[in-house]
Design a protein around this ligand. Sequence first.
Ligand SMILES: Nc1ncnc2c1ncn2[C@@H]1O[C@H](COP(=O)(O)OP(=O)(O)OP(=O)(O)O)[C@@H](O)[C@H]1O
Length: 280
Amino acid sequence: MSPRHAAAAPATLSPSDLNAPDASRSGLVLHARGLTASGSHGVIFGPVDLDLSPRQLTVIHGPKGTGKSALLLALTGRFRKTRGTLIIDGVDAIADPYHAIRRTSVATIGNYVQPEDRLTLAESIAERGYLDSVPLTHAEDRMRRIEELVGYTIERSTELEQLTAMEHAIASVALAMIRPSKLIVIDDADVMVPHAEQKELFEIFLRMTELDDSAIVATTVDDDMAPPGSIDIALPARHRAKVHPISGEQVAASPATPDASAGGDPAHEPTTQATEVTDS
Ligand SMILES: Nc1ncnc2c1ncn2[C@@H]1O[C@H](COP(=O)(O)OP(=O)(O)OP(=O)(O)O)[C@@H](O)[C@H]1O
């Protein structure tokens, strides 16, 4: 991980920390209502309503500058401008972001958080383990378990820049999973990944969630990448979000309802829509 990596090294984790955090009483990995952020130029994203279950994928897409990266940061408790209700694995991420952040992990965000491409996979595992305070033997063991889920291994001496785009995306998420967490985010997951391989990429992401009963949220360049069972979030240029599950799974995002606890700007009525998409 390059110095751009955002994670500071906390105190070394105890063995119990190396187990995935308990799911919240609701069983949801994430519960968001009226999630929004504004800057000096107005709304950055939202309002967004979203419920994420364990082993669920979410795909966020939209034109450039519509707040995809900012929303990823917000969903992991890392965007201080966020307003609304955000519960991550049972922890109130607005009131207690530092507690909530420990339940999440960032694979990539823009140019700010990226694996260092000149490092080998072995070096990357060691560095991510160090940054996330996971002992090396545990980190290596976690990577082996992830590889079992993914279905292939990557030679440890391979530099990340030598990986294919799909391998690179998978490796980025795998490195973010060295420390157990409930929510992993990856920005621009499909960049440079051939369209024909993108379905497989998301199938592999889905398998990776089995390790910790986690959820993965990915932003994509293409707008048709959300596979069945996942949640699709479109961030249009007007900064309004449409959230709807793909057919075949339970409705995981409900139509926006005003939430008194949200604390958002009342001038911006929640506009998030939940629509069950049929196969036809
Ligand atoms: N901390 C911040 N404070 C104020 N404005 C911000 C902040 N972070 C992002 N923005 C603004 O929010 C908007 C959305 O930025 P963001 O990078 O999230 O968009 P994006 O959809 O990921 O774009 P791209 O596809 O180019 O990566 C931009 O106008 C950006 O300047």
